[in-house]
Design a protein around this ligand. Sequence first.
Ligand SMILES: C[S@@+](CC[C@H](N)C(=O)[O-])C[C@H]1O[C@@H](n2cnc3c(N)ncnc32)[C@H](O)[C@@H]1O
Ligand code: SF4
Length: 421
Amino acid sequence: MRADNRLLDIPVRPFEMTQRRRENQALNIHEYREGATTLRSRPLALFVELTQNCNLRCPMCRFGEKYDPALNMDEKVFDRLAEELFPDAHLVDVRGWGESTMLAGFGDLVLRALEHRVRVRVVTNGQINRPAVWDTLMRGQGIVTVSCDAASPELFDKLRAGGTLERLERTCASLVEARDRHGVPRDHVNFNVVSSMDNLDELADIVRLAARLDISPVVIHPLVAHVDDPSHLRQDLGRTQEAYARAAEAGREHGVVVQLGAAPDPSLALPEMVRKPACMHPWSYAYVRYDGAVGFCDHLIGSDEYTLGSLQHHTFEEIWNGEKWQALRRAHLSGHIPDAFAPCRYTYAQRYTDFEYLVHPDRAEGIVSSATHHDVVRSRDPRLIPAVPFAGDDADSTGQVLVPTRMLSDSLRALSVPDQS
Ligand SMILES: C[S@@+](CC[C@H](N)C(=O)[O-])C[C@H]1O[C@@H](n2cnc3c(N)ncnc32)[C@H](O)[C@@H]1O
Ligand code: SF4
């Protein structure tokens, strides 16, 4: 967008470890380790959902909603968060259950976040190339994660309905140019891959694509869907294991780190590496939805049932230390996760460190990748180690949940959507 070009004239400074941030981090990690349920510290990582609108209709995620301006965050909410929470936060991730780059004012919001000298991160489908915004983000030493689930144009069309691989490649080229222009570490532009039965045969090719684009790491997360879904990796664990091994091998061959955000299945996990209670998210993360609802985890976006209060009715402090959030922290300490937070059980079955080390440095020990482990998957008897559903069968799959918990129907998969970007 041409209007973005004026961003290029505005000075940007990178993350600053202020005394306030240093103290908040030390206190937060201390309170987590001590098992405190009422916290004096504030979140270290803040996820700000700028919009729930999206330009694509990926069958694993969307149900064909129309663009609705009411699903964009009111700038007053953004400013309130910036003023109240950015000075203590280390990481501000400006995405949610939608596509932030669609917003005309995306560059301005990035700039406003960078004024607080936080580390800004965005996850994008890479369909809208905004070189001046990438330049601004990289001058601020930000992080851009591009979601890429296919290496062939045909499969990309299917899994990222409405998008094209060609556009993604163009965006990646701009991002990498900006990264290198400003001497930003290589891993600040990386790939997120959702693995499923649909793209197992292309995982190694996605790694080769990343190598060609000079992008690393490639972080693979398994598709979250109903266990009976034909795309769920449980359908063929042998093929899954081979595909992950081939991807890791391709990574080593081409100088790309292949990281597993989670094991493809509990029976293919490295048990000693799987996250142990208590997960640090309920202590160190906060997620603010476009409408001011507050949740505690970047994996549980888009759903009302996992929010703990709303900034429309309460202060952040009232929610952060409210009874619901305290009960959640207690549940994680005891390991007895109530049904209401069933997805957290999935974490303890198969999640590894994703990027938690950015705010809890010792979490780097929990990384599983082609650089840390020769065998990134290890097979155990799946009859003894069952799949752990992400959410109960009764969860509403008609548009409230990020991740559909019922079958992704063939008709949805075949959905053909006009190009909207
Ligand atoms: C909801 S998207 C929002 C950001 C942006 N629109 C994008 O696609 O990158 C955030 C991440 O969730 C992933 N995702 C969507 N549906 C998923 C599912 N059913 N299982 C696992 N990950 C999923 C996407 O691939 C993406 O990497
Ligand atoms: S995964 Fe991202 S790009 Fe695809 S529909 Fe969901 S929010 Fe949109």
